[in-house]
Design a protein. Structure first.
Lengths: 166, 166, 166, 166, 166, 166, 166, 166
């Protein structure tokens, strides 16, 4: 078992169906990660400890997902200078607009790299983490090109199946 | 000088013109307070220390104001079981909707008592804090009645000056 | 049966599934309450009478929930200097944004302590009410610490069950 | 001086620049009105008394303007079965969306006839009030046709001045 | 069969489940009405003809409901000086915000009395129409008082059934 | 088989249920089209090639549908001076507001003709394309009049079935 | 003087600073147009007559700009099968969101080609109109390529002036 | 002069006052960059060429800023597997909500790391880029700690100056 390079952290176990999309992508790239729960509000000390541990153990990127007043990514970012990626989760009646603004509108000095809402965002968070790690890992950079080529083929495949001419 | 009963905390000195409306109201009620700056993201340790200090020194209510992804009130609330009042500040191009949602949409377990945006909210935060303290302070409760009577007179005064009949 | 310390009031019986989350939390803290219905618009006199009764009978905090143009919390606040907590309810096609803005954007002078939308908000309203009462009740303050410790354990428990390492 | 047929009521004297647009339109139609201030929150008793007085003194329509959590039109409507017209006023950083939703989203049973935001709305509130009164006043109905013809001529006049052909 | 006093008009038959709430209220007040379909965009001539007919046949108030870019109430208002009540219908993915703004934000000169979104709005449109007609019909005015008393009793009834004390 | 005059392009095969509404309308007008998939982000080269091919093969109008950060219509427009019609698709939790703003708010110089969200928009995109082509095709212009007459009859038919008089 | 090919129509003379951006673009392409005022609500008959005249006199495309509840483009489209381009104008406190939704969310059957808000939109409306006319005018198609090349050069020019290397 | 490690690209020279905040931050960290203009829509070929050049010349991170339908960051991301950071710019009447949604809501497969609106976002984009580069550059990682310490001191300094006790 390799040392985790990515920490995936979510505010509640109800966020798991969204956040495991990130884990699946990392599995596909064979990038080792650890995934856990910490609440910015109910367990602030646990959150800080997890982040400090991650820094010490060689984690490169932290992916944090949360809904409502989604403070987790920002709180994580306040405890580290590692890149933090925030995934807004649609967990209230406001369609995730609350989570999106709570994550993306970070004040100057402490950035959070925000991706799209929900499962699309969780996938993109993982790809972004891989892109960041690929800057110092040529094998990973090559895998990214393969991943993109595969997406391209999938689109072309679907296009062949759908193409309709009147 | 009396021991402060209210801690007013803001994310940045640019929030001062808004937050000093709260201080003025407390001055009017002769409720002792301390007002300072702490950033949830740039100074998380300082924020936690201020909150713990406030708890120990007998503060009753914490008023926290912030703009953008306004995490300060929620982060304060994560460190205390004192009532926390959040003032959303209009400090970005999104008209304060970002701050409002970041403050009010707290997940279950850790409430933040949210008031209106900007100066109106800062005033109301102070009145709400006084209302809370008045539950155990009859003199303060009486002052609140006087405050309300005064507001009523002001409305009636203005009505007399404005009244127009065609 | 103890004298109620909290009045829970809602605009319509359709709000009950949301507002009874507040009642459950108060049950958990053994804080006596009374829960009833009053409409700001259909029964303005009843609303005022309930509030005046609550003041006289020693109620400490009023929790008011409403949807759409949710005037109930503000109307309640206009009749008392007790702290009023407003719970916006998602009861129209606008996802509760109407209720949220109608409750939180109170003009200066008459605050309403607004919490998050729907069931999360009803829970938080009750916790906030307990936090306010705990300022003069050490046993309650201790229970709050226990409540928070329990939430923390629940998060850690869930984290243990979910933790996944690639 | 004729008995007022319209009561114009506003939440604060800061709303006067908007609401006097309604008065000007009524002056144009020679419809007698009275214009005053009452706050739904700071002076609930005064608000109720004004409405009851209006009913007794033969007022036909009440026009109420307010900003922020604009409860005034709804509170007025809760005290009368006269038609109530609500003018949302842009008086906060949220561009009047708060006032609009607080006025228009009335629950079933107690309608408020809502018009557009700000000065346009104040003008339209007065015209709507005249349209309502014209149902039992043929002279007024005739004036309305004249008013519309005049608007039409103004558009045509402006069209003549602007018309440009390349 | 009495001559209709209210014209209810909707943009599409898919709006019927909403708009028949207005018809039911009018039935309750025994106010004669006619209900039909006309599209502002697909049948502009029919819309104009219906409005002109309504004026001639003694209709007092026109209630128009529409969704999406809901132009019907405004187009109706452009052809008459009768009071026009607009019901925004939630008929697109934007939750009716499109219909609400398209109806309420009428430019100065041509008002539309806008009510709340959907079924609540349709009910309120009918009550508002009755309130307008009651200005010249004392029997109707009395019925309105009865209607309001009944609503009040219903709230009190529900309150008795729900009342819970811990 | 005639040479296609319209290219319908969508970002993903999940957009097909929406976009085939455009195809059905074109079938009704017997306007030849080709419908395919290309992603602005996953297959930028394919997108450009499709557009250049379309230009060469005599396509008159391109209809492009996409959801989320819907860049496809704008990217298509960047590669051609043919008229491009954009259909925003409701494919995220934000109700299509993201797609709508991403398509309609094109900077000066490169227009996209934006239509309504979802299936209504796809239908209208096709009608708009036919309206554009009808400028040089009198038979098509005549068909458009027939199409509009048919819509009118449908409304009148529905009106006859629904008409209700109390 | 050539026969106008484009009709530019606006709801009010206050829209002129926005809409003359469209005229300037058409001047640049030497496309003849006529620009005038008509209000959908204040002058519905004038609006219809202008549209019918335009059809008869050989106009190809109608550009209609309006703010608030911007019905003008939709009303114009209800009277013609010519392509109609709608320019939403930011003329109220709601930042033009009201105009945008009122124009773009047309129900199925009657499209309006909507462009971006304000001056950018007015420019793009004119370019879109030229793109439509260029389908049957090779000289115009060539001018469009020149226009695009010029925009490209301007970007490159600005890039040369701005380019900064640390 | 060192080889640039960051490419800063903006859609228009009007974005310079925002984007040079990113340049200043990079100057502070002595990270070499190049800053230029390219429009996703007016110069798609130039945009692609710049991105491909950047990849070849060893650029690590691309920062792209744009307003309105802000496609530039997404279009850049479609041409590279380097990490792309998007800065939404408030350049229209919609307060930047259009730019924010156009940048952050990228479909699955092609992430853009989105930061806050305007100057705060430009600063944070640069800090995020430095955080990414610091993963393979210990000196830079150390500078980041210094940068954060300095921000902390600034907050404490301001707190000392502001601290007020009643």
């Amino acid at each position: 078992m390799k040392k985790p390079k990515i920490l995936i952290i979510m505010g509640s176990d109800s966020d798991l169906p969204v956040m495991e999309e990130a884990a699946k992508v990392l599995d596909g790239f064979a990038v080792p990660y650890v995934m856990t729960i910490a609440s910015a509000h109910r367990t602030p000390a646990r959150t800080e400890a997890l982040v400090k541990d991650a820094e010490r153990s060689g984690v490169n990127v932290i992916i944090a997902g949360a809904g409502m007043a989604a403070h987790l990514p920002g709180v994580v970012a306040s405890h580290t200078t590692l890149p933090v990626i925030g995934v807004p989760i649609d967990a209230s009646s406001l369609n995730g607009l609350d989570a999106l603004l709570s994550i993306v509108q970070m004040p100057p000095g402490i950035p959070v790299a925000t991706v799209s809402l929900g499962k699309s965002g969780a996938k993109n968070a993982a790809i972004l983490a891989v892109q960041i790690m690929a800057l110092k890992d040529k094998a990973l950079a090559k895998k990214l090109l393969g991943h993109r080529a595969k997406m391209q083929e999938e689109v072309e495949d679907k296009a062949r199946r759908l193409k309709r001419k009147s």
